[in-house]
Design a protein around this ligand. Sequence first.
Ligand code: ASP
Length: 325
Amino acid sequence: MKHILLIATGGTIACAKTQDGLAPALSPGQLLGRVPDARSFCQVDAVQPLNLDSTNINPSHWLLLAKLIEENYSRYDGFVLCHGTDTLAYSAAALSYLIQNTGKPIVLTGAQKPIDQEDTDARQNLLDSLRYACHQDSGVCIVFGSRVIAGTRAKKTRTKSYNAFSSINFPDIAEVRDRRVVRFIPWEHQGPPQFTHSLNTRVMVLKLTPGLPPEAFASAGALCDGLIIESYGVGGIPDAYLSQLDALARAGKTVVLATQVPQEGSDLSVYQVGQRVKERYRLLEPYDMTLESTVTKLMWVLGQTQDGEEIRRLFYTPVNYDLLF
Ligand code: ASP
């Protein structure tokens, strides 16, 4: 029988009603108690390093979770993390960079309704996740609403429905259909797992809106080493901000020019407003990567190196299906 480590971190799945609204309350033992069927196909140990609404998750928690998995890696066949859905896509992307080449499934799941609510999706999601963690060679992924999404490709696109997550610019990697895993994308991993232990959290996103004051660039630049500018369409910089890019380049900031359109990604080569800045400032572009992956990958890259060429190489090296371009 497969041996799984359940890592409970809070989220709606573990919430109970309080006077002030839902708050994480249930222990991992209580979560497991709600899915007794799991005992027929796996043996589960459980820990609860955090008990948070995932609104409160930050990069220090990603490092803590990666370390916990590293310390337990040899003792288990797979890992299931129960996590709030609000920042789950960021955590899945961050863990994809911090733990690479894992052949052991590291599954993140959660729910839109607490596990004790009658119409909950939590029991199904938890059972599906345990099942997937037992049966598949896999990297970091999300199991939610019967779908299995690569950890770098998920985005929360619905706040209330049970199909809360979409796989952006990439197909689902598998499905859990009537207790069976149907895999669509073969898992390729080379070599032993690689764990990294540092992130540079001085990464920020600046979303352009028409008329945004130019000073926003200097303010954001002062707070970060890596700035992701969320531009429009396939990507470009308005004329009014060109001198701001000069200043960021002089200050040695790593600048990524992304798009705020969720589907199909950037292509700075198409329009003059994109081409002129990409070449002149050697901007990075995420192509088909999600914003969640772009943010966490940049944190990971800048945590490994400060060398401009190495930053480019690592940023453009695909990890866990994050980048096809
Ligand atoms: N606010 C909750 C959280 O992210 C939402 C959820 O889990 O669905 O922790």
